[in-house]
Design a protein around this ligand. Sequence first.
Ligand code: NAP
Length: 313
Amino acid sequence: MPERLGPPREEPLFARLALVGLGLIGSSIALAARRQNLAGTIVAADADADVRARAQALGLADAVYADATEAAREADCVVLCVPVGACGAVAAAIGPVLEPGAIVSDVGSVKGAVIAAVVPHLPAGVHFVPAHPVAGTEQSGPEAGFATLFVNRWAILTPAEGTDPDAIERTRTLWEGMGSAVEIMSAPHHDLVLAITSHVPHLIAYNIVGTAADLEQVTQSEVIKFSAGGFRDFTRIAASDPTMWRDVFLNNKEAVLEMLGRFNEDLSALARAIRWDDGETLHALFSRTRAIRRGIVSEGQDAPAPDFGRPRE
Ligand code: NAP
């Protein structure tokens, strides 16, 4: 992907950008929007008093409120940056103060369930443009954010048919302004694609790390000592935020279970190949998967350095 971060805008895109939730994603949007002059005023809300104090100390926003309605009042764009399961409650709270013409967006990793939870609370004349930045790390909280998180990453928009084209364009401009490449697709398609590219891999990582921790004959210290054999790459993903990921699985049930069914079938086929000394099947699969890794690197979605660029001892 070519370098996508342009210079800061001469005129802000939004007069008042409100971010609800100041974790990794909310704080990264605050930093990127400030740096790229995407908003005249950036305000935020977070339910957690400790997060608010830390966000204020970091200077993430012009004002940080406990109450999401205070942030959303008079905002021309509100982005919900809370766990997927909290989006409906936040929309119910802010709905009454939203002004006609305002854009509401979100960053949830699941789209269908968020749309179903948010839409009933938005007054007529408010435009909902759901979004999902396919960017992140295993860290959470306001200190985890950084302004370049979205640079050269995809942002997927899933607006319903009939959504105001200008609102879609402005949301696209927000994400492109932070350096992302934007793609538009339907919510069900998004949820299916992300189930296999993100949700099931996280479930596998949580499972393998959990299994290793439970195995009695392999002590915890040996798991850590010999983790460079591959295990530690799973532990990075399995360290991801528990609340966020609980909500992802509970809100993308159907697609995750469908993909997990496919995964289980393929895993059984591999077990069978091992049992029957079918080296040809194993070698053919491992060659295909190696090509996928090379494709990801050549698309600029990861660096080519061996072992993820970890320093050599
Ligand atoms: P995070 O670091 O855990 O931050 C979420 C923040 O929202 C926390 O400070 C939380 O406070 C606050 N919050 C929760 N419920 C709230 C409510 N009702 N009103 C106001 N604030 C509330 O999470 P994140 O990683 O930024 O994820 C946020 C969203 O981005 C999720 O929907 C996730 O699916 C999506 N996303 C995440 C990633 C990633 O890699 N992390 C990538 C793409 C998209 P508490 O501490 O009190 O819970």
